[in-house]
Design a protein around this ligand. Structure first.
Ligand SMILES: Nc1nc2c(ncn2[C@@H]2O[C@H](COP(=O)(O)OP(=O)(O)OP(=O)(O)O)[C@@H](O)[C@H]2O)c(=O)[nH]1
Ligand SMILES: [Mg+2]
Length: 315
């Protein structure tokens, strides 16, 4: 193929870090070249193991990801990291912070780190993140870690796309267990109480366990373990990697179903987006959407009737 990205795709497949950075920017900016790139690399994806790491802001996710990466590198496997920067629209502090915290791997060619701002991805952050994960996968990274703050639906969707979801809490977070999005609690495959050097770690573990005991697990079904870590010193991190490996072994049979689910989610999301784009660009006339909205606001039109009419014209 002689599309402009094919050279780039090849360099991505070769694992060239500059090409990776460029490819990720194309995806982040939602360009046609980014889409073309995904098309080209897609057949070469599916080898990487995706670890989703989520939890409250400041709970130590980045520090933990850094330590976990060190642990994974001991087994010579390569690692790609995507840190989704939750807060700052201008990417200042948090991203800089991630860089500093993950500096241990700065000179390691087996590790690629990228931060992504949430800006510009309204509703599409999960898609952009999953596409970045595809790029790192295609580039041959054995493990891809996605770090995101567990605050919203987008984040739940991101972590749902991973092969394993790790949820991080901190001591004194008895209330936080309640406060954390129910969705996040439900998707956890492994719980981590980080900052275990602090007072109250055991109480937090107990409150997670109490929460888990309300659920029933079928015989042979995975019951999320709760581990204590101290990311700053690395204590408990080998055990975290062990738990991840245990989960992986336990779910090899179910992995393809989980990935199929992921593919379904992606397909539906993409289809919905394309359809809405089609309606906006080809079906509705200029300013028509606004006029429909005005009529809905004025209660002259209900949204169901509006959608029925648009559907009739679109199909
Ligand atoms: N005492 C203690 N501090 C920790 C531990 N792990 C991380 N920290 C500190 O907690 C702060 C936040 O750590 P980060 O790794 O940036 O946390 P994060 O969850 O990635 O933060 P955001 O991405 O901003 O949500 C830093 O100052 C870390 O040094 C720990 O085990 N014990
Ligand atoms: Mg972080």
């Amino acid at each position: 193929m002689s599309t402009p990205t094919s050279g780039l795709s090849q360099r991505v497949l070769d694992g060239d870090p500059r090409a990776l950075a460029r490819a990720i920017s194309l995806i982040e900016d939602e360009t046609a070249a980014g889409t073309e790139l995904i098309r080209q690399i897609f057949p070469r994806t599916g080898r990487a193991y995706l670890i989703g790491m989520t939890g409250a802001p400041g709970s130590g996710k980045s520090t933990l990801v850094d330590r976990l990466t060190t642990e994974i590198r001991k087994t010579s496997r390569t690692v790609g990291i995507v840190a989704v920067d939750p807060t700052s629209p201008f990417s200042g502090g948090a991203i800089l912070g991630d860089r500093v915290r993950m500096q241990a791997h700065a000179g390691d060619a087996g590790v690629f780190i990228r931060s992504m701002a949430t800006r510009g991805h309204l509703g599409g952050l999960a898609r952009a993140t999953s596409e970045v994960a595809l790029v790192l996968d295609a580039a041959g990274k054995d493990v891809v870690i996605i770090e995101t703050v567990g605050v919203g639906q987008d984040e739940v969707d991101i972590v749902r796309m991973a092969d394993v979801s790790v949820v991080t809490l901190v001591p004194g977070a008895g209330d936080e267990v309640q406060a954390l999005k129910a969705g996040i609690m439900e998707i956890a495959d492994i719980f981590v109480v980080n900052k275990a050097d602090r007072e109250g770690a055991d109480r937090t573990v107990a409150s997670i366990e109490a929460n888990l005991s309300l659920q029933t697990f079928a015989p042979g079904e995975w019951r999320p373990p709760t581990l204590k870590t101290e990311a700053t010193t690395g204590r408990g991190v080998p055990e975290l990697l062990e738990a991840i490996e245990r989960f992986r072994a336990h779910t090899t049979g179910a992995q393809s179903a989980r990935r199929r689910q992921r593919a379904e989610y992606r397909l539906r999301e993409l289809l919905a987006r394309r359809f809405i784009q089609h309606v906006e660009q080809r079906v509705l006339g200029a300013g028509e959407l606004d006029r429909i909205l005005d009529r809905i606001a004025a209660k002259e039109l209900d949204p169901y009737t509006a959608v029925d009419e648009i559907m009739k014209r679109a199909i």
